[in-house]
Design a protein around this ligand. Structure first.
Ligand code: SF4
Length: 868
């Protein structure tokens, strides 16, 4: 019998259930909830490390204005008065909110209600615009509503799973594990990965289609034409439940398969497989959505499911996986600027309906600005007051330096945040302390429409408040207290549920009206549930869509090139994404020591031939420059990216690195319909940055680095690690860096061999620094064991000053047990030939399973070497 608190993981859109058991000292043990339908006890490496992210270090605990602590009364009065004056002077369109898929549904609902119903503008957008806005627009075009038709179990029941633009293994690991497990039970299941990169997800693929970036519409057009030609259309379904096939087929038949750049045999295999398999799920994610043709890509793949009638039945259908934990909740409350609440749009009847339900005096009557345009309006001075909640646009939006400039110039910049410092918090005048994940109360919705409770298990720290309370207090000061007089989150949930059922009568997909009358105890005890219409909770198996004529629409899509094409000056295509163990801008995962080991530095992956012509080798530092900005990153040479392409993760910020904030270089082109930015296609050039010296510093207390060309800050166990490099003379670097180290880590300085120096006080290492002419990737691992010792023996001190231990760990592979690549390779060299054997000897891969694809890759590499 579990005694912990049941809640939901705050990271990705899988929405895994967790059980948290507080330790009474501000921390908690976190494990997977075996009763939660999304994960059935599983967690990935990020979820498994949640317990390490709960400290109050780095938290914003009191309201601040212009860097000065103020009372809540002063902060709320200032925010309300600022909004009131802005609206009086410039009208409601001069105000904007930028919110987040990290908000709980109740917080989201409050923000949307305040701005759209009571301030009179729809200038509210969510960072989910960056993740799934193209899916929303594609769903609406095809289905007449933003409806995800299927369920997670459909992946397990499918005979063919096509993963498009999705590195499921790293970005939605628990779904990947479910897919892996289903395949073990039913080996006949086929998996096709469609992705320009060879990602870890390819580990289970029968076929990897490394199509040309941006050619997804061409691929699915070719598939549509091929299915029609083979007579695979479900004629009854098409005739009775759809319209527009003729135009879509004309466009498809006019598409040249060569545009995809695929080997003809691979393409033929895919076309055959799709045609002859009834139970197909096409699962797609950011690789489809984050594109200037994202909506067309979504519709091109939906067209294939409509033609074959493979939708809304067990084991088949298109399936959009969201990135954020509550992106779907944001869609339900209408927190996108072009949506109203409860899956309604800006039609006159719907505007009137929502206004009557809310008793709204100043109802917005037209869509507001989408994220990229919203911050451009801030920069241009058209928006004069912006309130950002629980997100970090200065790091996560494209052309991120322009966003920072916009915020710096904004008359009234407000941020509600849990953390004390971020690239965005640092630029905002008014800072409101918000509760964090472990303290918040409410609900979230995952990618399969599953609503789960998020329950607090730690007390509110300092003066932090939940977002809905902050919004309601501002509303009250603006004279709207009655409409925001909620006693708690259950009141908001009931109101949200009631609106979903208000004048619905089956015309809208989202209807949880039955929850409008639950009492507080029932809300508290609410079990996870998936909302849906049919008895099996799927949509569209009956052919009833949400356009006025109840028919789905085929959309004629024509391939079009990305907005910004590579040229002679910037010939490489930069793709951005995520790594396995980090989440978004690392404000939470960055606190975990064990998550820091897998990919400790911001990096750029480059194909060996592209590297060679630029004189780049693995471990170099390179500048990535586009027409918008630059980043400076560690080079990783790999053929997992194709020739002419490069990949960089988006997690690093100015808090954690000198210039690893890659979104500063990403182009701000957007899809014309969805407004979703093209985060995966920026023309860039990459050049080697000559560094005169490289180094690693481990220090018990943080150090203030002098001005140097490259630095990355990494969390260590009881210490701070810095990887540094520069173009100053070596002697200057040695002098200034050792002075910086000793300023905050005082004690006797001991000089060792080969550029090693250390502060050792009372026999304990306070700091160690190693500088040299070459990059030593393992330096942090060689010195880390000494930081765990309270007193060095003479031998240990000598070993430290000679360069540390000789452990060549080669990066952390298994975050759960801290097992390195080197340890796994050693197990393979000692005869381990399977995942199970490696698990038995090293423990790697035996807990959350997130590292299993990488272990299998090492096994395959070893087999190749043996065979050669
Ligand atoms: Fe959290 Fe991982 Fe589950 Fe996503 S897959 S919800 S990150 S535990």
């Amino acid at each position: 019998m579990t005694t912990g608190v049941r809640s939901t993981c705050p990271y990705c859109g899988v929405g895994c259930g967790i059980v948290a058991t507080p330790d009474g000292k501000g921390g908690a043990a976190v494990e997977g909830d075996h009763d939660h339908p999304a994960n059935q006890g599983r967690l990935c490496s990020k979820g498994a490390a949640l317990g390490e992210t709960l400290s109050l270090e780095d938290r914003l605990l009191h309201p601040e204005i212009d860097g000065q602590r103020v009372s809540w009364e002063v902060a709320l009065d200032t925010v309300a008065e600022g909004l009131r004056q802005t609206i009086e002077a410039h009208g409601p369109e001069a105000v904007a909110f930028y919110v987040s898929g990290q908000l709980l549904t109740e917080d989201y609902y409050a923000a949307n209600k305040l701005i759209k119903g009571f301030l009179g503008t729809a200038n509210i957008d969510t960072n989910s615009r960056l993740c799934m806005a193209s899916s929303v627009a594609g769903h609406k075009r095809a289905f007449g509503s933003d409806t995800v038709p299927g369920l997670y179990e459909d992946f397990e029941r499918a005979d063919l799973v096509v993963l498009v633009g999705s590195n499921l293994a790293w970005c939605h690991p628990v779904l990947f594990q479910r897919l892996e497990a289903a395949r073990r039970v039913r080996p006949s299941m086929k998996v096709v990965v469609v992705d320009p990169r060879r990602t870890e997800t390819c580990d289970i693929a029968d076929l990897h289609l490394a199509l040309k970036p941006g050619s997804d519409v061409a691929l699915f057009n070719v598939l549509l034409a091929s299915l029609a030609e083979r007579g695979m259309a479900d004629r009854r379904f098409v005739e009775q439940h759809t319209s527009g096939l003729g135009d879509a087929l004309d466009a498809a038949r006019a598409t040249d398969a060569a545009a995809c750049g695929l080997p003809p045999a691979d393409l033929a295999t895919f076309l055959d497989l799709f045609a002859r398999t009834e139970k197909v799920v096409t699962l797609y994610s950011q690789g489809v959505n984050q594109s200037s043709a994202g909506v067309d890509k979504v519709n091109a793949l939906i067209n294939c499911h409509l033609l074959t009638g493979r939708i809304g039945r067990p084991g088949m259908g298109p399936f959009s996986i969201t990135g954020q934990p509550n992106a779907m909740g944001g869609r339900e409350v209408g927190a996108l600027s072009n949506a109203l609440a409860a899956h309604m749009d800006f039609g006159p009847v719907e505007i009137d309906r929502v206004a009557r339900f809310w008793g709204a005096p100043h109802m917005a009557t037209k869509p507001g600005l989408k994220a990229v345009d919203l911050f451009e309006a801030v920069r241009a001075g058209r928006i004069k007051a912006v309130w950002i909640m629980a997100t970090n646009p200065v790091a996560s939006l494209p052309d991120a330096d322009a966003v920072r400039e916009a915020l710096r110039g904004c008359e009234l910049s407000i941020v509600s945040e849990a953390i004390r410092a971020s690239d965005t918090v640092d630029t905002c005048r008014i800072r409101l302390p918000a509760l964090a994940w472990a303290e918040k109360d409410g609900t979230v919705t995952n990618s399969e429409r599953g609503i789960s409770r998020q329950r607090p298990f730690l007390p509110p720290p300092g003066e932090a408040k939940q977002d809905w309370w902050i919004l309601a207090e501002v509303a009250r000061r603006l004279g709207h207290g009655e409409a925001f007089a909620w006693r708690g989150v259950a009141d908001i949930f009931r109101e949200h549920a009631a609106l979903s059922g208000f004048e619905n009568a089956g015309t809208r997909d989202f209807d949880i009206g039955a929850c409008a009358s639950i009492d507080d105890a029932a809300y508290q005890a609410l079990q996870p549930f998936v909302w849906g219409r049919a008895a099996d909770r799927r949509f569209f198996g009956d052919g009833a869509f949400f356009h006025a004529d109840r028919r789905a629409r085929f959309i004629a899509t024509m391939p079009r090139a990305p907005v910004n094409a590579p040229d002679e000056e910037r010939p490489l295509i930069l793709n951005t994404g995520r790594v396995r163990d980090q989440w978004h801008t690392m404000t939470r995962t960055g606190k975990s020591v064990r998550l820091a080991g897998h990919r400790p530095e911001p990096m750029i992956e480059v194909h060996p031939r592209d590297a060679s012509v630029r004189g780049l080798v693995d471990g170099d530092i390179a500048e990535v420059r586009s027409g918008w900005g630059r980043g400076v990153l560690r080079v990783h040479v790999t053929d997992s990216v194709s020739l002419g392409q490069a990949f960089a993760p988006m997690h690093w910020t100015a808090q954690l690195s000198r210039a690893g904030r890659i979104n500063a270089a990403v182009n701000p082109a957007v899809d014309p319909l969805s407004g979703q930015p093209e985060l995966k296609h920026t023309p860039v050039e990459i050049r080697r940055v000559d560094m005169h010296w490289h180094g690693t510093i481990l220090a018990r207390r943080p150090i203030m680095l002098p001005e140097i060309s490259y630095w990355v800050r990494i969390r260590g166990a009881g210490y701070h690690a810095y990887v540094v490099a520069g173009d100053q003379p070596f002697a200057v670097a040695q002098r200034t860096l050792s002075a910086a180290v000793r300023t905050t880590n005082p004690g006797p300085w001991l000089d060792g061999d080969n550029g090693v120096g250390a502060v050792v006080s009372d026999g304990r290492v306070e700091a160690v620094m190693a500088l040299g002419s070459t990059y030593q990737a393992d330096a942090r691992d060689r010195f880390a064991p000494f930081m765990a010792l309270n007193r060095l023996t003479t031998e240990q001190r000598d070993a430290l000053l000679h360069g540390g231990t000789d452990m060549h760990r080669g990066g952390e592979l298994c975050a759960c047990f801290g097992i390195s690549c080197g340890a796994v390779e050693a197990a393979i060299a000692d005869g381990a030939t399977s995942l199970a054997a490696i698990g038995a000897t090293t423990q790697a891969g035996t807990n959350c399973g997130s590292c299993r694809p990488e272990i299998r890759a090492l096994l395959r590499a070893a087999r190749h070497v043996r065979a050669a």
